[in-house]
Design a protein around this ligand. Structure first.
Ligand SMILES: Nc1nc2c(ncn2[C@@H]2O[C@H](COP(=O)(O)OP(=O)(O)OP(=O)(O)O)[C@@H](O)[C@H]2O)c(=O)[nH]1
Ligand SMILES: [Mg+2]
Length: 460
């Protein structure tokens, strides 16, 4: 059997299922899970092909994070022919992300590449190439999509931040390179001090990213979703239906909701922070006017806008203005009250949509909910929803790569204190550069050399 490092990945589809399975494979699989798993008997002593009930514990806080079932399969009698541990957690994006995050904090565990379990099974002689190809084809069809999602997000704000980080590292690399290759060249002398400064700067920024972005808005707060529209179209009814509670007051009096009401729901495993807002209209009522202001603020802040229209009324000037103001945003138009006769001309709405979807619903008859959930999931998994640019899928990937880059920067700093030659320190910097590049989906190799030489005009 070929010795590998230990890899982990979520083996089930992302979303809300009964359970989700995290698969861990490699020489450290059993020890790594054992460290974060609280149960009667140590996994290290347990027999192969056994299942264990217990809790995943956060080693930093010692708190129980998740109730899980853990199955243990010692190599070679496992899918990869290595030691394999499978953690069965509760379904849902947040629960699985939490377990995955704790697991990846274990030093000897890294996130698996797409298809890597199968590749190992093949390399270890468990399956033949044809079998491997069949499985990889299957996985690819999903992982390519995940990659596309990650790629799309990487084009946003996060990507710019990562690019700035890479710029720090590339400057560092360029200085090192110049010192190695052109010692006689007139470039400021490479000092340990400079390396440390540059690395520390990068670490501070990575920490900031890890704090603000990755463990991020979505995981803690959900996608900020504002339900907006004119008075009486059924916004509060939608809120109540989605949350299956009756927190928002529903009446037939236009202007019922006066303030923003906030509630959390999970749809198809996607956490949403829902805001029910006051119906937007011109009003002389002071309280209502403040409510309308708050609705407008909510629209500005929201990651996703559920724009509600009444099927039983023609499109109004206020609707048109609102729709216009939502250009370029992530919007789903909900045509409510489908149980009543149609007076709304959808053809008038479509030009405002920019490819966004229309969902026909009736809150009264509780119809159209599945379609709404599907529309939201599609946007989320296609990367159209940019809740501060991170979705769960790439979240875990980003966190793990950012941590890898940070570690390399730490290694470089330590190396300067240990008096290690700079061409060795260069390797650490390069690793950081590559880890950051992987977040963006960039290839290393040639582009590194190109980039370095684009920094300095050397060796004419
Ligand atoms: N027939 C029918 N009535 C509905 C439907 N959805 C909501 N309603 C009714 O429409 C009225 C207004 O509903 P709300 O949910 O309070 O509307 P809103 O958009 O929150 O209104 P404001 O808070 O005033 O802005 C209530 O009388 C609801 O019962 C529907 O699908 N069909
Ligand atoms: Mg309301």
């Amino acid at each position: 059997m070929i010795e590998h490092d230990t890899i982990a990945a979520i083996a089930t589809a992302v979303g809300e299922g009964g359970i989700a399975i995290i698969r861990v494979s490699g020489p450290q699989a059993i020890q790594a899970v054992d460290r974060i798993f609280q149960t009667k008997q140590s996994l290290c002593d347990a027999a192969s092909h056994t299942i264990h009930y217990g809790h995943i514990v956060n080693p930093d806080t010692n708190e129980r994070e998740e109730e899980v079932l853990v199955s243990l399969m010692r190599g070679p009698r496992s899918f990869t022919a290595e030691d394999v541990v499978e953690i069965n957690a509760h379904g849902g994006v947040i629960a699985v992300a939490r377990v995955m995050d704790i697991l990846l904090q274990q030093e000897d565990v890294r996130i698996a590449e797409p298809g890597e379990f199968t590749k190992r099974a093949f390399l270890n002689g468990r399956i033949d190439l044809m079998q491997a190809e069949a499985v990889i084809d299957l996985i690819r069809s999903k992982s390519d999509r995940a990659f596309a999602v990650a790629r799309k997000q990487a084009e946003g704000v996060l990507s710019n931040k990562i690019k700035a980080l890479r710029q720090n590292v590339i400057e560092l690399l360029a200085h090192i390179e110049v010192n190695i290759d052109y010692p006689e060249h007139d470039v400021e002398e490479m000092t340990s001090q400079y390396i440390r400064e540059q690395c520390e700067k990068t670490i501070v920024e990575i920490d900031h990213l890890l704090k603000t972005a990755s463990e991020g808005k979505i995981l803690r707060e959900g996608i900020l979703t504002a339900i907006v529209g004119r008075p009486n179209v059924g916004k509060s009814s939608l809120m109540n239906t989605l949350t299956q509670e009756n927190r928002a007051i529903v009446t037939d009096i236009p202007g019922t909701t006066r303030d923003v009401i906030e509630q959390y729901v999970t749809l198809n495993g996607i956490p949403l922070r829902l805001l029910d807002t006051a119906g937007i209209r011109e009003t002389s009522d002071v309280v209502e006017r403040i409510g309308v202001e708050r609705s407008r603020d909510a629209i500005t802040e929201a990651d996703l806008i559920l724009f509600v229209l009444n099927n039983n009324e023609p499109l109004q000037e206020e609707d048109r203005e609102l729709l216009k103001s939502l250009q370029g945003r992530s919007v789903i138009v909900i045509v409510n009250k489908m149980d009543l006769p149609t007076k709304l001309e959808l053809d008038e709405v479509i030009p405002f949509l920019n490819g966004g979807s229309i969902v026909k619903m009736s809150m009264l008859q509780q119809e159209g909910l599945d379609q709404l959930e599907a529309a939201i999931s599609d946007m989320f998994f296609e990367g159209k929803l940019e809740a501060n640019d991170l979705t769960y899928v790439s979240n875990v990937r980003h966190i793990s790569l950012l941590k890898r880059a940070k570690q390399s920067m730490h290694d470089a700093i330590e190396a300067t204190y240990a008096g290690i030659p700079i061409d060795v320190i260069q390797i650490d910097a390069r690793l950081a550069w590559e880890a950051l590049g992987e977040i963006l989906g960039d290839e290393a190799g040639d582009s590194l050399i190109d980039q370095i030489f684009s920094q300095f005009c050397l060796g004419k």
